[in-house]
Design a protein around this ligand. Structure first.
Ligand code: GLU
Length: 448
């Protein structure tokens, strides 16, 4: 790890001391602090007003019990979280994750990242995140509904279109947002569309929201290629994961002339040299909610590898779209050896610090999640705009807005990287540009 300057080192030590055992949160804070040396050197006003120290402490953290009854009649207890991290730029905005690994440290890492991501979109949204250690895998529709209703029965008092606007993340898609919205409406007796995003198209949702995170990541990479006089044409791409982000990243790669030759789930990966059949992948994952081994059983020519790492498959471009810390130093070394030139994070913090360091040393272009995957939350902000004006836009119009936003984020990263002496460094640029906008708003709003 690089050495932090003294002031930033003290802030990091304080974060470690105040948040024991929250490794992912430490990692997310460290990644931002590593980029801020030149910023604090040039702007003592941020340190004088303790802006970074305030940013590292969430404005509000809510932890609650979620009791529900399973199909056999047994009472189950899960833990619910909502961390309202920073509202300098707008209402707290960020998804809910339902996954057995969820604990406060995961929610805080995601909420912290969300502040800078949302800032980079240039839209009026603050940062927050929530979720539960509930595992939707293998649960019936009825169980998922009862869980969502129990979760919202506590959450509703903390959210609102001008306060905090949750959405989906891992384990929370259209079905869950439906049950959550239904319960919010029932308890409050208000049809408040702007309280959640990721809604269905017939009840206040936005076109392109489902596709937005994956499409946005690929628009970002398209821009990275374009400034180098290149394109997706003929490129081999490996995508990890096979959820919403991975599926729609793969779809956009294909539309732009690239070939996605592999994808994965937590059990293994599939290699399909002719290009992943997206209709089949959607059928397996979205309709049947099955494992990707089913894909390989159905498609001739596809190979399923149980266990192992999808990053062993040689490619020009790697898009980690599964989960945090899924691509480690060993994987990075293999990708580099195989000639991979670009890595862009569709998931939140999928590359370990070791992997990121190796990419930088090898000259692999690296786009961090807070820039590359911001298309999802940006389209949520477009959903909020449509809800506020009781309007709904066409698919084409919304997709054009998303593409423009991603191009804007790309340019903002490069411009900030240049200005602070790190030309071409998307990681530094994203952290610096995201930080400065929030920091300036915090200065303007006073010590609150
Ligand atoms: N969970 C997504 C993210 O990581 C989207 C959040 C949202 O739409 O509010 O950015």
């Amino acid at each position: 790890m690089p050495i932090l300057d003294e002031k930033l080192g003290d802030i990091y030590d304080e974060v470690l001391r105040r948040n024991p055992g929250e490794d992912e949160f430490h990692q997310a804070v460290r990644e931002v602090l590593d980029s801020l040396g030149p910023v604090v050197a040039k702007h003592p006003e941020y340190t004088d007003a303790a802006v970074i120290r305030r940013l590292c402490e969430p404005e509000r953290q809510i932890i609650f019990r979620v009791p529900w009854v399973d199909d056999s009649g047994a009472v189950r207890i899960n833990r619910g979280f909502r961390v309202e991290f920073n509202s300098a730029l707008g209402p707290y905005k960020g998804g809910l994750r339902f996954h057995p690994t969820v604990y406060l440290g995961i929610v805080k890492f995601l909420g912290f990242e969300q502040i800078f991501k949302n800032s980079l979109t240039g839209m009026p949204i603050g940062g927050g995140k929530g979720g539960s250690d509930f595992d939707p895998k293998g649960r019936s529709d009825g169980e998922v509904m009862r869980f969502c209703q129990a979760f919202m029965t506590e959450l509703y008092r903390h959210i609102g279109e001008h306060t905090d606007v949750p959405a989906g993340d891992i384990g929370v898609g259209g079905r869950e947002i439906g049950y959550l919205f239904g319960q919010y409406k029932r308890i409050t007796n208000r049809y408040e569309s702007g309280v959640l995003t990721g809604k269905g198209l017939t009840w206040g949702g936005s076109q392109v929201r489902t596709e937005a995170t994956g499409y946005g990541t690929v628009f970002f990479v398209e821009e990275m290629l374009k400034v180098r006089g290149d394109s997706f044409d003929g490129k081999k791409v490996v995508v990890s994961g096979s959820g919403n982000v991975a599926i729609y990243a793969a779809e956009k790669v294909r539309q732009l002339g690239g070939t996605v030759i592999a994808c994965s789930d937590s059990n293994g990966y599939v290699v399909d040299e002719h290009g992943i059949d997206l209709d089949l992948l959607k059928e397996v994952k979205e309709k049947r909610r099955a494992r990707i081994s089913t894909y390989a059983e159905t498609r001739s020519g596809a190979r399923y590898v149980e266990g192992g790492s999808v990053w062993d498959v040689p490619c020009d471009i790697a898009l980690p779209c599964a989960t945090q810390n899924e691509l480690n130093g060993r994987d990075a070394a293999v990708l580099i050896d195989n000639g991979c030139a670009i890595v862009a994070e569709g998931a939140n913090m999928p590359c370990t610090p070791d992997a990121v360091r190796l990419f930088a040393e090898a000259g692999v272009l690296f786009a961090p999640g807070k820039a590359a995957n911001a298309g999802g939350v940006a389209t949520s902000a477009l959903e909020m705009q449509q809800n506020a004006s009781r309007d709904s836009w066409s698919f084409d119009h919304t997709e054009r807005r998303l593409a423009d936003i991603m191009h804007g984020i790309h340019d903002r990263c490069l411009e900030a990287a240049d200005r602070y002496g790190k030309p071409g460094n998307y990681l530094a640029g994203a952290n610096i540009a995201g930080f400065i906008q929030v920091a300036d708003a915090m200065l303007a709003l006073g010590v609150i």
